[in-house]
Design a protein around this ligand. Structure first.
Ligand SMILES: Nc1ncnc2c1ncn2[C@@H]1O[C@H](COP(=O)(O)OP(=O)(O)OP(=O)(O)O)[C@@H](O)[C@H]1O
Ligand SMILES: [Mg+2]
Length: 375
């Protein structure tokens, strides 16, 4: 378990210093940074260095809880408060009493719940859903988001008072590509850990390959680096890797595409967004065409195709006439099928909360295929 952020960049050193300074106080903190930068590591670290370390750290992903039950999850409910409330139940805030609560994806907290959260932050007081008594708790709040909350405030999705309250201590983790000196350290750490855990003897990568890894863009940040380390250890345990081996797993073009999460480009205007989506789409249809060509020239065992036509139902010629929503829907459908409906993976790629993904699946009426069917 890592208790401080690993790295020797100035940014990380300063962050670790701030963590040690603020951790022992009761002040609430807001952790910001792109997906995979280590926000949860920071949350663990604050709790670990606080005076509450032997008390619980309750972790709540606000984006993964359906809106209808989020208040009862956070604040608990009284028996009979709603259909299905068959007994009194404490919520996460009560469970975290004397300890800390980590509210991940805080930007996804519904506006109504934000008011109640602010009240807990200010006075430690709340009521269970359906309850009549005030409950007082002593909880240290740690919140995290990969969204730009100031923009959410402008868009009226996030309360300004709560934003100001949270941002007084803002720990921001810069993306990995802006602190290149950390890459080698993290690389060695992830490789060593994985080798130890799995008793694999890995021979490492040569200098040129290391340079490539260091200069790679790492849009998925430390998480992407960690996944990369684990796959090369598993795939090439017996020899030292060259830059060509490494390139096979890190293709800049693909990472640029992933960085165009179609649904995340809120700050751009509609035209920009449409243009980018179209470019992305054309690329996908090109891949589709290559897949089809491969199907024609490579003989396949059991008749399995390299690419399944059903994965992608739109031709390049259709794109010009499609509107933003159609394209968004097709991309979502495509990603869902590519990741076999793993909502967590799809939500990470698109930089959206899981709840938002579920909402869009419902809105677009996308149906889940039956993956149990055996061909
Ligand atoms: N500086 C670091 N030192 C050690 N491990 C790190 C560091 N940064 C990230 N990691 C590791 O990288 C992975 C991703 O980190 P984490 O889950 O904290 O990211 P995150 O910012 O919460 O991402 P998301 O927004 O997608 O939830 C974890 O396995 C974590 O242990
Ligand atoms: Mg996280």
């Amino acid at each position: 378990m890592e208790y401080l952020l690993l790295g020797d960049s100035i940014q990380i050193k300063e962050l670790n210093e701030t963590i040690k300074q603020v951790a022992p106080t009761n002040i609430s903190v807001l952790i910001t940074g792109e997906s995979g930068t280590g926000k949860e590591v920071v949350a663990n670290s604050i709790h670990y260095y606080s005076k509450r370390t032997d008390k619980p750290l309750i972790k709540v992903n606000c984006g993964a809880i359906p809106e209808g039950i989020i208040e009862s999850e956070l604040f608990g409910h009284q028996k009979g408060a709603f259909t299905g409330a068959i007994e009194n139940r404490p919520g996460y805030f009560e469970m975290a009493d004397k300890g800390s609560i980590f509210l991940d994806e805080i930007g996804e907290l519904p506006l109504g719940t934000q008011v109640k959260f602010l009240r807990v932050l200010e006075s430690g007081v709340f009521m269970r859903v359906g309850g009549t008594n005030n409950i007082t708790v002593d909880v240290r709040a740690i919140a995290a988001t990969n969204k730009d909350l100031s923009r959410e405030v402008i868009n009226k999705n996030f309360r300004e008072d709560l934003f100001f309250r949270l941002k007084s201590i803002n720990l921001h983790i810069p993306p990995l590509r802006e602190r290149k000196s950390d890459i080698k350290i993290l690389f060695n750490y992830f490789i060593e850990n994985y080798c130890k855990e799995n008793k694999i003897d890995f021979r490492g990568i040569d200098e040129e390959a290391m340079e490539y890894v260091t200069n790679y863009v790492w849009y998925g940040n430390s998480r992407e680096l960690k996944n990369f380390c684990e796959s090369i250890v598993v795939l090439y345990p017996a020899r030292k890797l060259s830059v060509n081996d490494v390139k096979k797993h890190l293709q800049p073009v693909l990472s640029d595409v992933r960085q165009l999460p179609a649904l995340q480009l809120r700050q751009r205007d509609q035209n920009d967004r449409d243009l980018i989506l179209r470019a992305l789409f054309e690329l996908k249809t090109d891949i589709m065409d290559i897949g089809n060509k491969l199907n024609e020239i490579i003989p396949h065992e059991n008749g399995n195709k390299v690419y399944n036509d059903n994965d992608f139902s739109i031709r390049k010629s259709d794109i010009e006439t499609m509107n933003y929503e159609d394209i968004e829907k097709e991309i979502l459908k495509y990603l869902l099928s590519l990741h076999r409906w793993n909502i967590t993976s799809v939500s990470k790629i698109l930089g959206q909360s899981e709840r938002n993904i579920y909402r869009k699946i419902k809105k677009f009426k996308i149906e889940k295929p039956d993956y149990n069917i055996k061909f």
